[in-house]
Write a protein that binds this ligand. Structure first.
Ligand SMILES: [Cu+2]
Length: 153
């Protein structure tokens, strides 16, 4: 990493700290090149330690944006079979700020391993860790996605 980049990141971190959690000002996607973030796209999958996989099948808006987001996911067990009857707790947090979303997403089972996650709420720009805590007849697991959330305006 060059010194210039390092200084830029430092300035970005300071700017983010100054505006943390209260700003609605438009800003550049300062986390787009953060090495932690994944490229958001429908079809993206994450597998937990116990082998369960969540695939993001649909996402509105795409890519994920600040504010309310609705995802359609598919939940598969370690053998690749769809999992029904699961309880899924959606836990979006900002690891750099140490706070969760201000509101709770709702989960609706659609059958054949599909679930709708409504009103996932990354409420500010920056890096968000979206963890899904899963309990089901086929076992329990936890999967995570890390995204850079940009604004809509
Ligand atoms: Cu924050």
């Amino acid at each position: 990493m060059t010194l210039v980049v390092r200084i830029s990141l430092g300035i970005a971190a300071i700017a983010l700290a100054l505006t943390a959690c209260s700003s609605s000002q438009p800003a550049a996607a300062i986390c787009a090149t953060d090495p932690r973030v994944e490229t958001f796209s429908p079809g993206l999958a994450s597998t937990g330690a116990a082998g369960m996989t969540v695939k993001i099948v649909t996402a509105t808006p795409t890519p994920i944006q600040q504010g309310l987001n609705d995802w359609g996911i598919e939940l598969l067990d370690a053998g690749g079979q769809p999992v029904d009857g699961a309880t899924i707790d959606v836990k979006p947090t900002m690891p750099d700020h140490g706070h969760p979303s201000p509101t709770v997403a709702t989960v609706t089972a659609q059958g054949q391993g599909h679930y709708d996650l409504a009103n996932i709420n990354p409420s500010m720009r920056g890096v968000w860790l979206v963890t899904l805590v899963i309990a089901s007849p086929q076992g329990s697991d936890q999967v995570s996605f890390t995204f850079c959330v940009d604004g809509t305006s």
